[in-house]
Design a binder for this molecule. Structure first.
Ligand code: ADP
Ligand code: MG
Length: 331
């Protein structure tokens, strides 16, 4: 379909060598001229499909995530550049969660008529440095304008290493549960600048076999429950004292009366990794982990189904109450 961007002119980047960008094809040319795919891309933007190269023997990882203005963000709190950054970062985090290597991105945009070109250019400006940092080629997308708000959907493709992907389904009773960083309170601003743990996941999975892994997007309790569900329903017991709590969780708690621990367990969008390992591998992983990374051993996988919390010597059931977009009270 041909979106009507014909009345769209952008005042950004207008300089002596920089003609004003108009229309869909002008915009695609603008993106294309700023995109230099690497050797992994046989054919990038400009044809009906991109042609991609993956390493012999590798499996392809595919993931997609959509951000909707008015639903996931508002331009009162976030710039278009930040939304571009986040739209790619959350997908990078999904590739990290399987210990994959990110390779190719496609971007689909529904642009509000009237400021379509300017918004698209600013989204691209936020996304591009992150793509370059992670060696991701922008190989295609789709561009539309409408009378609704901004919608951006990024599809990211990656590949597995010789160690293979880490699935949610591999947790075994006796495993230790590990997280890669302090949790909670991301709403104070961290949710706009996630640090995808791509290199970290690859490094850790090379040191020792990670049994199961997920990135923390819905909240620790809820995301850990996903690992349990996919792993044939063993249980888990978390040690309240061992859960690393972010300073932002303390700040939020002082404002809203919830505890910092509650924030660490149930706030979403930390984008840290949660994984399980054989207990014999814990020492090696901690010794050889990337220097900047803190690993916290927060609990164990056990035979008894359900999620539990050990708090001041007592073990209590823990509800998984992370965000669910389709729950009636959210829609
Ligand atoms: P088609 O009609 O065959 O889908 P389009 O005119 O939509 O082709 O797109 C032309 C080329 O530009 C394709 O290679 C497509 O992947 C790419 N493209 C379109 N929109 C974007 C975008 N927002 N970002 C990157 N590439 C894009
Ligand atoms: Mg198209």
């Amino acid at each position: 379909m041909r979106p009507d961007l014909s009345d769209q002119k952008s005042q950004r980047d207008v300089g002596p060598q920089e003609p004003i960008v108009t229309g869909e094809f002008g915009l695609i040319d603008w993106v294309r001229s700023r995109t230099r795919p690497g050797a992994q891309t046989a054919l990038g933007i400009g044809d009906d499909c991109a042609l991609l190269r993956v390493s012999p023997g590798a499996e392809v990882l595919a993931t997609t995530d959509m951000l909707i203005e008015g639903r996931h963000f508002d331009f009162d709190d976030a710039t278009p550049e930040q939304i571009g950054f986040k739209a790619l970062a959350v997908n990078l985090s999904d590739i990290a969660a399987m210990a994959g290597i990110p390779r190719f991105a496609l971007i689909a945009l529904a642009l509000p008529r009237g400021r379509a070109v300017e918004l698209a250019q600013r989204v691209f400006a936020g996304l591009k440095p992150l793509a370059e940092r992670f060696g991701v080629d922008l190989v295609g997308g789709d561009t539309n304008a409408w009378d609704g708000p901004l919608v951006i959907s990024v599809t990211l493709l990656g590949e597995t290493t010789a160690q293979g992907a880490v699935r949610r389904s591999g947790a075994k009773p006796g495993d230790l549960i590990v997280v890669t960083g302090p949790l909670g309170g991301s709403l104070l601003g961290r949710h706009l600048r996630p640090e995808p743990r791509v290199e970290e996941a690859l490094a850790l999975h090379k040191i020792a076999k990670l049994h199961a892994m997920i990135d923390l997007s819905d909240g620790l309790a809820s995301d850990l429950a996903h690992i349990l569900d996919e792993s044939g329903s063993p249980g888990a017991t978390l040690n309240a004292d061992a859960i690393p709590i972010h300073a932002d969780a303390e700040t939020l708690a002082s404002r809203d009366g919830r505890t910092p621990l509650d924030h660490a367990l149930n706030d979403g969008e930390d984008f840290e990794l949660c994984f399980t390992i054989h207990p014999d591998d814990a020492g090696l992983l901690i010794d050889q982990r990337p220097a900047h990374l803190t690993l916290s051993l927060i609990g164990t996988i056990d035979e008894t189904p359900g999620l539990r919390l050990r708090v001041s010597g007592e073990v209590v059931p823990l509800a998984a109450q992370g965000f669910d977009h389709l729950k009636p009270d959210h829609s």
